[in-house]
Design a protein around this ligand. Structure first.
Ligand code: PRX
Length: 646
């Protein structure tokens, strides 16, 4: 879906050079790194050395198009790389994780603490029969146990599948069923703006049907009473109490599965994106160190939830592999007050902040007085991820949060890419507001036309990756064909990202938005087909078509066109009922902002819904080609009756 406000971006001429004091101390200071990156395989072979391997790999890359085996023959463990290897030196007593709860409660775990808790919990999982290869679902709030659970799974070689706590029980059930999970780890509840949401209740509802789940482990976070089913449910704190603290890290093949993470696609149910241990860990550790210019004394804060890939790669695996101090927060940016983020930065002297454009636009709306009333002088680098950042928001972030001294890394990547693929390397790459700049060293990206031919500078087209990269997805869980068709079947020999982009005369990339039927709401991917499926599931609905409408804060919002079944009478609460139905089926992140009831949807003569025209209607812009419409009166009706956005 094209994002209107991205048009005309190539006119942006402002360039920001890294501050001198920043460049001379940066982790990467030599632009030659880009030349080295041209030989991707050798480059990534070199980077592979940054991890601890139990057995050295035989080959950097075994490429059997479109299936890659990175560091083939090598053996390692992700949790070992995140914990054990930091225990011999000065990092042993360094804070690995600082937790700031919604109630203002605070927990600090050193590397040694985290290692102990992870080992203990890994033993708990083993005692419930979890073996290498068994899948474990994690449905937890943003509390330290979420990180502990992920690393405990990694330690014993059980792929985790983290499900965002905001997903409904039906969405959770789909993911449990697709992955065939043996264990679910959850909490009694989670805090959100002073309220308690019951996660355990959702798990109970999800498990009402027969599934492969044998045990549910429940973290006590809120004290909310939970229905504990005998035999099946156990409390985390009771299970871990007697667990031994020694648990050897399982040597994993580089190519073994580390985790599955579900994401939306164009059609059907969400896809289980599979990431493997070796390549993923090399990719996230390298990018995390270079993109965030990580230094030993940094306090690094990534605001993403662990339910998303950003939480996996840049809250947990990348930073911990690099021995960083990570900050993790629970709750919302505006609770108890709208200065929550800035209070946290001030309190912990955060040096690196990684957040999303939607958050930045929200802060803009609230006004600069909130950040300006706090001491943000500890910050030295800012990051952005998840959706295009408009130059206005970039400049606001740069001035009001970064005090015009912090470079901004606008990082482009995807659940599937596992690691950042386009970004500035902050000590060497000049910045342009609104551009994710250039590919990371060792990554070969191009823009092609519909025939797959590279377009010249100054033009736009489809964004593709020409060479395999280490953190690339291994496959779609249980569906190699879908993997091959979706990503490698669109343009011959290259990976198709699903995005449209332009590049300018300096070779800088500007993301336009998704080229497919995926909407990006507040940096979260939502498939139109999923929302349509949820609407059609409601007994009153005959047909539904959803598009993304440009939204000032969220980037895009869901706009649904719905036709009702014969004989259904429209009543006052119907629209709210339909919205609530989507929340039950998927979660509140997919709730349509607008639902417009129409007798008919615009279709081609062969009966295909013309979403392109619906998008024009939703955006209130001039209509594209209507010549293939079966009945022009449908679109005329919509044109006259859909209110333009405010
Ligand atoms: O359209 C791009 C957009 O988000 C999509 C990937 O979404 P997801 O898999 O949920 O991962 C989000 C976090 C990595 C991409 O196809 N996107 C992500 N980062 C950017 C972006 N669009 C523009 N600029 C970015 N920095």
């Amino acid at each position: 879906m094209k994002d209107e406000h991205r048009e005309g971006l190539l006119d942006e001429k402002r360039l920001f050079y890294p501050p001198v004091g920043f460049s001379t101390k940066a982790v990467v200071q030599d632009p030659k790194i880009y030349d080295l990156g041209k030989e991707s395989k050798e480059f990534w072979g070199e980077q592979g050395k940054r991890l601890d391997w139990f057995e050295q790999w035989d080959e950097i890359l075994e490429w059997n198009h479109p299936f890659a085996r990175w560091y083939a023959g090598g053996k390692l463990n992700a949790a070992y790389n995140c914990l054990d290897r930091h225990l011999n030196g000065a990092r042993r007593n360094k804070a690995a994780l600082i937790f700031e709860g919604e109630m203002g409660d605070r927990r600090v775990l050193t590397y040694q603490d985290l290692h102990r808790e992870v080992s203990q919990f890994a033993n708990v999982l083993k005692s419930y029969g979890v073996e290498k290869g068994d899948r474990v679902t994690i449905y937890l709030p943003m509390i330290p146990e979420a990180v502990i659970a992920m690393l405990a799974c990694a330690r014993i070689g059980a792929p985790h599948t983290v499900v965002f706590g905001g997903f409904s029980y039906e969405a959770l059930r789909d993911r449990i069923q697709d992955s065939g999970a043996k264990i679910v780890i959850t909490a009694d509840g989670s805090y959100r703006r002073g309220k308690i949401l019951s996660l355990k209740e959702n798990v109970d509802l999800a498990l009402k049907v027969k599934t492969s789940v044998e045990k549910v482990i429940v973290v006590q976070r809120t004290g909310l009473s939970a229905n504990m089913e005998k035999e099946r449910d156990v409390w985390y704190h009771e299970a871990i109490k007697e667990a031994p603290i020694v648990c050897a890290a399982e040597p994993m093949d580089s190519d073994d599965m580390l985790f599955i993470l579900y994401t939306s696609g164009t059609t059907g149910k969400p896809k289980g994106i599979v990431h493997s241990v070796g390549g993923y860990m090399v990719g996230v550790a390298t990018t995390h160190q270079w993109v965030f210019d990580l230094r030993e004394e940094d306090v690094y804060w990534c605001t993403a939830d662990i339910g998303w890939i950003t939480g996996h790669s840049y809250l947990v695996y990348g930073p911990l592999a690099n021995g960083a101090t990570i900050l993790m927060y629970e709750g919302a940016p505006d609770y108890p007050e709208k200065d929550r983020y800035w209070k946290i930065v001030e309190k912990y002297k955060v040096t690196i902040l990684y957040t999303a454009p939607t958050a930045i636009r929200t802060f803009m709306k609230w006004g600069a007085s909130y950040p300006l009333s706090r001491d943000l002088s500890s910050l030295r680098l800012l990051g952005s991820v998840g959706e295009p950042i408009n130059p206005e928001a970039w400049m606001w972030y740069y001035k009001n949060i970064g005090g015009e001294r912090c470079p901004i890394v606008d990082t482009w990547w995807q659940t599937e890419t596992g690691m950042i693929l386009m970004t500035p390397v902050p000590g060497i790459t000049p910045l342009k507001p609104g551009s994710c700049t250039v590919p990371f060293p060792g990554v070969q990206i191009e823009i092609v036309n519909h025939l797959g031919e590279p377009v010249p500078k100054g033009e736009g087209g489809y964004l593709v990756v020409r060479e395999p990269w280490p953190s690339m997805l291994k496959t779609v869980y249980g569906d190699d064909k879908r993997y091959a068709d979706t990503y490698w079947g669109q343009f011959k020999g290259v990976y198709f990202t699903g995005d449209e982009a332009k590049w300018d005369d300096d070779g800088y990339f500007w993301i336009i938005g998704r080229a497919d039927d995926v909407i990006n709401v507040s940096g979260h991917r939502i498939g139109t087909a999923e929302v349509e499926g949820a609407l059609v599931d409601h007994p009153a609905v005959a047909e539904a078509a959803c598009v993304g409408r440009t939204h000032e804060v969220k980037g895009q919002a869901v706009f649904a066109f719905v036709s009702l079944k014969e004989g259904i009478t429209i009543h006052d609460g119907l629209i709210s009922e339909l919205k609530a139905h989507v929340v039950v089926k998927i979660g509140s992140l997919a709730r349509p902002d607008d639902i417009f009831l129409t007798a008919e949807l615009p279709k081609t003569r062969s009966g295909k819904i013309m979403r392109r025209l619906l998008k024009d209607i939703a955006e209130g812009r001039t209509m594209g080609d209507t010549s293939t419409l079966a009945d022009a009166s449908v679109i005329n009706f919509l044109k006259e009756n859909v209110k333009p956005k405010k």
